[in-house]
Every structure is written in C-alpha cells, then in structure tokens.
Design a protein around this ligand. Structure first.
Ligand SMILES: Nc1ncnc2c1ncn2[C@@H]1O[C@H](COP(=O)(O)OP(=O)(O)O)[C@@H](O)[C@H]1O
Ligand SMILES: [Mg+2]
Length: 396
C-alpha cells in the first residue's frame, strides 16, 4: 500500500491559487477519491485512483482526442464542439462529463484544454465549500481558460448558485456588507469554459445541468477497446505485451481503463520477477491468480459477497446488513464497492426484501441454485438504492 492522506484532511487540496503545473500532477485527488481509498483497503480492481495510480496515470493519459481510445460518440460530439469554437475564436460551451470512475473524465477535461490550447485550472466540488472559494477561483481565470470541476455534484449550495450566474452571464456578484445595507457588486469574468465531471449525474440539480451546453456520458469500454488502451500503455511503459496477454488483462478489467492500466502494472511486476519480462497470457493468468482477480474481474471481496449469498443464505433474499456481517465488512463497503459490479455483471440482483443471486451468479461459483430459490430482482436498481437510504447511484 502506498501512504495516503486521510479523507478530507485538506479541503482546499483541489483548489489552486496559481494554477501552475497542473498538467504534470495528473488529477488532483478529490475528497471522494480519498474517501474511496480509505474504504478500499488496496483492492486491485477498485475503480478509484490511489497515489501510485496517479503518478502512473499522469504518464499514460492520452493528450489529444485522437489518442483517446473508444467512446466514439462522445469523442465525435466533443470534437465538433471544440472545432466549431476554435473556428469562431470563442470559448466553447460548458461541458459536462458523466460516468463511473476510471473511464476518462479527467483525461477528457485535460484534452479539452490542450485541444483548445488554453490553460487548465483544476478544482473539485468537495474543495468548494463556500461561495468565496469559488469566487476566488473564478475571479482569477484568464480569457478562455478551461476550469475543470471534478465531482461537480458535491459543491456547496451557495457556491452552486454563484456558479449558475458565472456560467450564464460570466459574472460573479460579490456581496459587500450585511443585512439591509448589503450590496452586490457585479464582477465581470472573462469568457471561460467550465468542464464539470460527475459520477452521479442524477444528483446534479436541474438548473446546473441545464447550463451545460454539451453533456457527454462515458460508458464502460468493450474488451477490444481495453486491449487498445493496454497496447498504448505498454508501448509507453516500454513493455512487450502479446495479443493474448492484452486479451487476458482486458477481460478482467471491468470495462475500466484505470483498472486495465493497474492490472497491466501488476502483471508486469510478476513477469519481471518470475517470468521472462514479456506480458503474455501465461504471465497475466499467473499474476492475476496471485492477486486473486478472477476471469470476470471479481476479486476476493466480490467473491466472498457472492459466496455468502449463495452458500449461507441459499441465494437470498437477504438484507444488506446481514450480508455485510457475513463477509465481515461494513454495509457501506459492500454496497458501494462490491455490489455495483456484481449487479452490473448480472450476478446478483436487488429486490425490496434484499439481495438475491441470479442464475449467472450461481453459475459463476460453479454451483446450482436449490429448487425454489428467488432468482430475479423485482425492482429496478435505482429505486431500490433509495430504499436503503443510500444516495441514488446512476453508476450501478
Ligand atoms: N479512452 C481512454 N484511452 C486511453 N486511456 C484512458 C482512456 N480513458 C481513461 N484512460 C486512462 O485511465 C486512467 C483513468 O482515467 P481518468 O480520466 O482519470 O478517469 P476518471 O476521471 O473518469 O475517473 C487514466 O490514466 C487514463 O490514462
Ligand atoms: Mg477523475
């Protein structure tokens, strides 16, 4: 494990007064990422980035749209938005990027700035807890600068309202004085482009969402796209990657480039220590066995949740907290870390009475469901998320 700072240790971390050297640092760690890290306990297949990842990712990030693999639709739409703005000599519309972690939102934000040849400022929703924090960032923007706000859904409400005006009218109203004598002094901003990223577009207030001229939704990558990501990364890392090695890693990467790149680094380690140095099928299989990542990309926690559900509770339905106790984890960890992927892969389902294993879930463990087992979820995932008091998560 690499050392890491505690969640929220420095709420100002994402805000940068001088905006210098941002591109060299990779993504600024956001509070959510830190929180995710704290709960993750070093899972190899986690979608969040740890410090190790951030250093490696900075080196692997594509810096132009042409280099960005997959996401054909978003890439084409975005390239039109940018090209049109370039021709008009104006800052493009504000851009919202939504989608699960590790799919390339931060990368695309950086690409927007570099394609426009404009400076990039990076901050994040959790770093902006007061309207003043946002006013400081906005008032120091240069003409045409790209402001990247990661996790834009987690901004404090007063700041959000300030952002509406800034996005629409390029103005910040600075309130001077208190009570009846308070006056708002309008401060005009240079035109800028906001790139917002969110893993939970469902949590974004409509007035904010509406102010983005373009929304790109990033989806999980197909295995052949991940192979392409891996080939590119291997070349950058100076690694010899065989077709079989790439396929094997891509298959277990949960549709997520961040995970693919991380697994590649671990297979490289294995290959350099125990193998020939070449990342081939054998190295990938052997290394991922050591790290307990199975053929579908499930790790030990995922398998123990699925295993408990089938073996101890006859396939369910069983409540989240009971299931969590059975695997010795916090309900929160099971719900946010293991479950989304298990649900997405169709291995488990959520019902009003609890979690159930699907036929695919049983099959993945090499087991047969007992007669009479409840096998199908009866409610959509979204509504059910609310029942359990968790935030609605559009990523599941
Ligand atoms: N389309 C892509 N092509 C190549 N590499 C990608 C792509 N999308 C993501 N990556 C890699 O995955 C890593 C995580 O991407 P990032 O943009 O930080 O994801 P997000 O901000 O959505 O969590 C980066 O290091 C980047 O190199
Ligand atoms: Mg990011």
């Amino acid at each position: 494990m690499t050392p890491r700072s505690s969640p929220g240790a420095d709420p100002g971390e994402g805000a940068h007064a001088d905006g210098s050297a941002e591109l060299d640092l990779g993504a600024a760690p956001t509070a959510a990422e830190e929180a995710e890290l704290a709960g993750r306990g070093g899972r190899l297949v986690d979608t969040g980035a740890d410090l190790d990842d951030r250093a490696a990712e900075a080196a692997l990030r594509p810096s132009s749209l042409d280099d960005f693999v997959g996401q054909r639709v978003v890439r084409e739409q975005l390239s039109l938005v940018l090209e049109a703005a370039r021709r008009r000599g104006r800052a493009p519309d504000h851009v919202l990027l939504s989608g699960p972690p590790g799919l390339g939102k931060t990368t695309l934000a950086m690409i927007v700035a570099s394609e426009l040849g404009r400076p990039l400022r990076i901050s994040s929703g959790p770093a902006i807890q007061h309207a003043g924090d946002l006013a400081a960032v906005l008032s120091s923007l240069e003409v045409g600068e790209v402001l990247f706000l990661d996790e834009v859904h987690r901004m404090a409400r007063p700041a959000e309202e300030m952002l509406y005006v800034a996005m629409e009218d390029f103005r910040v109203d600075v309130v001077v004085g208190k009570g009846a004598g308070a006056t708002a002094i309008p401060l005009h901003l240079p035109p800028f482009t906001l790139v917002g990223a969110t893993t939970r577009s469902g949590l974004l207030p409509a007035p904010l969402r509406d102010r983005f001229g373009f929304t790109g939704h990033l989806d999980f990558y197909a295995p052949d796209e991940l192979e392409q990501v891996l080939r590119r990364s291997a070349a950058l890392l100076g690694l010899e990657l065989t077709g079989g090695g790439g396929r094997e890693i891509a298959r277990r990467s949960r549709g997520t480039p961040r995970i693919a790149n991380r697994l590649l680094r671990r297979v490289r380690d294995w290959s350099q220590v125990r193998g020939s140095g070449v990342v081939d099928t054998g190295a990938a299989r052997a290394a991922l066995r050591v790290y307990e990542v199975d053929e579908l990309g499930l790790d030990r926690l995922d398998r123990s949740v699925l295993g408990a559900l089938c073996r101890r509770f006859g396939g369910g339905p069983v409540g989240l907290s009971t299931l969590a106790v059975a695997v010795g984890e916090e309900p929160e960890t099971v719900e946010t870390v293991a479950e989304p992927f298990l649900v997405r892969e169709g291995l488990i389902g959520r019902t009003p009475r609890g979690r159930v294993a699907t036929p695919e879930g049983w099959a993945h463990l090499g087991l047969r469901p007992p007669p009479g087992a409840v096998l199908q979820p009866t409610l959509p995932v979204l509504g059910e998320g609310r029942l359990h008091g968790g935030a609605v998560d559009d990523t599941t």
